[in-house]
Design a binder for this molecule. Structure first.
Ligand code: SPV
Ligand code: MG
Length: 301
């Protein structure tokens, strides 16, 4: 009984945060350890605690960390195993990046499973066909879904969730695919009418100009449905500016993995060069620290 309550309250946490906070701050995790980093990292600024609110279970970093490309080859069963790994050791809400959600018939099952596990939201992008990461833009062939088909997917998903708390966030790829601002805004309006609980507008520009134009126009469509952004390429923009523009959620989608990988390559190369590992001592955390990183009953006493 208590466990059921915990699962339900975890799902609900995201909606509560969206109501209470100016902006919900989300960081990527791709395994239990990175989940713990999102859960526990905090700093103090002017005596105020600053931390991440929520975990992004990214298709890019989940795939890459398994040595596979971000093309949906890491299937839902594997993604669910990673999600469970993260859920096991964290309490913060999780948002799952489900690519395009798959076939409409399949998406209903995904919604039911994620909600049952305790995930707070799923993001689906309005593309069809072979999955390509959005940050490739038009350098690779990527096809946008029709508005009608994508709306049917949103509607079906919404009809399958059990609680009122689970959220389906519709991700618009019009700016990525150079379909124009008008198309992006039309889609936002229509996806909301179809039941989307949030809109994620994506861009791969180096500057935030097109995102800020979208934000301005979005305010005319709705002041209620939260707007989500992923400032990976246009990442000079600060959270305070996003708040001013009306953004309710910011996702830092891949930075943990993108910093860990070069650090590991560097260490591997230094060991090869020196034929021993002492040369990386100053780059490594001490053995007792790694042994005690994850508390057990014994090392807590
Ligand atoms: C991801 O993190 O997998 C995303 C964001 O979908 S992006 O890589 O920018 O498409
Ligand atoms: Mg993705």
């Amino acid at each position: 009984m208590k466990k059921d309550y915990q699962i339900i309250s975890r799902v609900k946490k995201l909606r509560t945060l969206l109501k209470r906070k100016n902006i919900v701050r989300v960081l990527e995790a791709h395994n239990g350890l990175t989940g713990l980093i999102v859960e526990k990292t905090k700093i103090y600024k002017n005596n105020k605690k600053i931390e991440f609110d929520c975990i992004w279970e990214s298709s890019l970093t989940d795939s890459i960390s398994k040595g596979k490309p971000d093309i949906s080859v890491v299937d839902m069963t594997s993604r669910i195993s990673t999600i469970n790994e993260i859920l096991d050791v964290t309490t913060k809400p999780i948002i799952v990046d489900a690519d395009n959600g798959g076939l409409i018939e399949h998406f209903g099952f995904t919604v039911k499973t994620l909600e049952r596990l305790g995930v707070s939201a799923v993001v689906i992008e309005d593309k069809i066909g072979a999955k390509k990461n959005s940050l490739f833009g038009n350098k690779v062939f990527q096809e946008q879904d029709s508005i009608e088909h994508f709306c049917n997917k949103i509607r079906l998903g919404k009809s399958r969730q059990i609680t009122r708390d689970f959220m389906i966030i519709a991700r618009i790829e019009s700016l990525i695919l150079r379909k124009g601002m008008e198309d992006a805004l039309k889609r936002a309006k229509t996806y909301i009418q179809a039941g989307a609980d949030g809109i994620l507008i994506h861009s791969k520009e180096k500057i935030p100009d097109e995102i800020l134009v979208f934000c301005k126009e979005y305010k005319k469509i709705t002041k209620i449905v939260p707007l989500v952004v992923v400032p990976t390429t246009y990442n000079e923009i600060k959270e305070s500016e996003l708040i001013k523009a009306g953004v309710k959620m910011v996702i830092y989608a891949n930075q943990l993995l993108r910093t860990a990988y070069p650090a590991m390559i560097n260490v591997a190369e230094i060991i090869l060069k020196n034929e021993r590992s002492s040369a990386v001592n100053n780059l490594c955390m001490p053995i007792p620290d790694i042994l005690n990183l994850i508390p057990t009953q014994e090392n807590q006493v």
